[in-house]
Design a protein around this ligand. Structure first.
Ligand code: FE2
Length: 296
């Protein structure tokens, strides 16, 4: 549950960190689980798909990515490769594990579908909250990629907007290892100028204007000075509003920055077939198969 002060701060800023949300034992259990998953990668079933949201880089959007919505799939750091060859040991090369961890892994399911998460969703006004797009983000030492500024509503687009990110720090997040940063209050002023959609004609994914559905490069691009860094200890929970502008820098330190995140959308909101994430991946649209957090 959030206190009234935390709720008010979230409403004002669009992002809030709650320190000490997970116990040190739970944090350890989840980090151990990540190591276990990393030790089980089988390249026969998990191709070397690089994950990046950077437009200058090769874009995510292949079948492996689209089909990961209800599975445990591994995506690699771009800088773990040189001339097309993997130059890091496998467990040190993974950027991200997703996007159905809450469906397929008990350790992560049990911190996603909980009475307390349900209580927070209720406080935030959800009527039929559904969990989706769960993932571990590793941000590996020295090569962990940056995430350019974005709004989560671009990636999980509902009408009306409803997505809230639940983001758990599993290691300390610092300026050195690429902590989150956000523009306080931007959720009240910044429009969603683009949305990330499946390209139904050509395959893959692209960004389009949400109204015209024409391809666009238009983005919100606030000055760096507007961003506030979220330096937090392991065990913190960060809540992220669908319209708040946020990003994280490259990890140039020797420490990793493990995090687990999932998103919640309103099951009663419209969720169309253009969203990249569908459960099952072949389903045309709708929220019916997304994991219900509570029934009102
Ligand atoms: Fe995000």
């Amino acid at each position: 549950m959030l206190t009234q002060e935390q709720l008010a701060q979230f409403d004002k800023d669009g992002c809030i960190a709650i320190e000490g949300y997970l116990s040190p034992e739970t944090v350890k259990e989840l980090n151990d689980e990540i190591q276990k998953l990393l030790g089980e990668i089988d390249l026969k079933t998990h191709p070397l798909t690089k994950f990046t949201t950077d437009e200058d880089e090769e874009h995510v959007g292949d079948d492996y990515f689209i089909n990961s919505s209800d599975k445990i799939c591994f995506f690699f750091e771009v800088d773990a490769f040189a001339n097309g060859e993997l130059v890091k040991p496998l467990p040190k090369a993974v950027n991200k594990i997703g996007h159905g961890l809450h469906m397929k892994n008990e350790a992560f399911r049990k911190i996603t579908i909980t009475d307390d998460i349900a209580a927070i969703c209720k406080q935030l006004g959800f009527r039929d909250p559904r969990a989706l797009q769960s993932m571990v983000i590793i941000k590996q030492p020295e090569i962990g990629g940056k995430v350019p500024n974005h709004q989560d509503g671009e990636f999980l687009y509902t009408e009306p907007q409803s997505c809230i990110g639940f983001w758990f720090a599993l290691e300390p997040c610092t300026l050195q290892n690429g902590c989150l940063s956000f523009v306080p209050g931007s959720h009240k002023t910044a429009e969603i100028k683009r949305r990330f959609v499946k390209d139904l004609e050509n395959g893959g994914t692209k960004f389009v204007d949400p109204k015209t559905l024409k391809e666009t490069k238009d983005t919100n691009d606030p000055d760096d000075s507007k961003f506030v860094c979220v330096e937090i200890p392991a065990g913190s929970l960060v809540l992220i509003h669908n319209r708040v502008i946020h990003k994280s820098e490259k990890n140039l330190s020797r420490m990793s920055r493990n995090a687990y995140t999932f998103h919640v959308i309103e099951g009663e909101a419209h969720y169309d077939e253009l969203n990249w994430l569908q459960v099952p991946p072949t389903a045309p649209a709708g929220t019916a198969e997304f994991s219900r957090i509570y029934v009102n």
